[in-house]
Design a protein around this ligand. Structure first.
Ligand SMILES: C[S@@+](CC[C@H](N)C(=O)[O-])C[C@H]1O[C@@H](n2cnc3c(N)ncnc32)[C@H](O)[C@@H]1O
Length: 249
């Protein structure tokens, strides 16, 4: 597969569809051309990850772009088409421990395919919002909500790191500490959210070096560790487990 966090560099969005970047009503993502492209180039999958009860449109070995050169993919890197180990662990934890979200408000930051936000809805969160700076992720999330018979939640496609934040009960971040600069910004912003609002923060990560070596690590408490399925291990250069951490500055 041509896409991995190891080779990722932020790219400008090459998507030709017009999005405002503001809080979207879910239907506004359903550009018919883009929808057809996503459906043609992904496969509905419920196996090979930690939450078989959540069905997702993902890039699998049976998809054309699994083998094709990554630079032939016509849009920005499709991180929303991969269910990353950090998100898998968070979603598994939320499904197994609904009390962690029940009746509370949850923000899934860097939501990608939206699985963790979907898990929060399934577990009874009273309010869920997803945020991802890739507008195509927004459309993929709408499709994934439909697959799981979940009412689409609001999706925000502008950057909110470093901004004043609403008072969320819980912020979840799956596999978001893959880049040092992003990790620094997240750390600073999350600390402010916790201190200002008493927000709880859960981070899912499979032990990426940028995460393990970051100073946030000394302020984390291990919640649970999951052994990763074989196919997820293969897609992630042999990483074998994924951990949910609670951030307590
Ligand atoms: C490695 S993926 C993780 C996706 C998902 N959380 C999971 O675990 O499957 C990282 C995601 O973060 C998004 N992202 C990167 N920078 C961001 C930012 N500043 N704000 C919101 N999302 C961002 C990317 O577009 C990508 O979808």
């Amino acid at each position: 597969m041509g896409f991995s966090l190891q080779c990722w560099e932020p790219r400008s969005q090459r998507c030709s569809t017009v999005y405002t970047g503001a809080l979207q009503t879910p239907g506004s993502f359903l550009d018919p051309e883009m929808r057809a492209f996503l459906e043609e180039n992904t496969e509905v999958s419920s196996s090979g990850h930690l939450t078989p009860e959540i069905r997702l449109r993902l890039l699998t070995p049976r998809c054309r772009f699994w083998q094709e050169r990554a630079d032939l993919w016509p849009y920005g890197d499709p991180f929303w088409a991969i269910y990353w180990p950090g998100g898998q662990a968070l979603s598994r934890y939320i499904l197994d421990n609904p009390d962690a979200v029940r009746m509370g408000s949850v923000l899934d930051l860097g939501s990608g395919c939206g699985a963790t936000a979907i898990a929060a809805v399934m577990s009874g969160a009273s309010q869920v919002q997803a945020n991802d700076i890739d507008p195509i992720a927004g459309m993929a999330m709408v499709l994934n909500c439909k697959l799981n018979n979940v009412n689409p939640f609001p999706i925000l496609t502008k950057n909110i790191i470093d901004t004043e934040l609403d008072n969320w009960d819980l912020i979840v971040l799956g596999d978001m500490f893959y880049d040092e600069q992003l990790a620094n910004r997240l750390h600073h912003w999350l600390r402010k959210c916790v201190r200002t609002h008493g927000t709880k923060v859960l981070i899912g990560d499979p032990g990426r070096p940028q995460f393990l070596g970051h100073c946030i690590h000394s302020q984390l408490h291990k919640v649970v560790e999951y052994s990763l399925p074989e196919s997820t291990r293969q897609e992630n250069n042999g990483l074998t487990s994924s951990i949910v951490w609670s951030y307590q500055p």
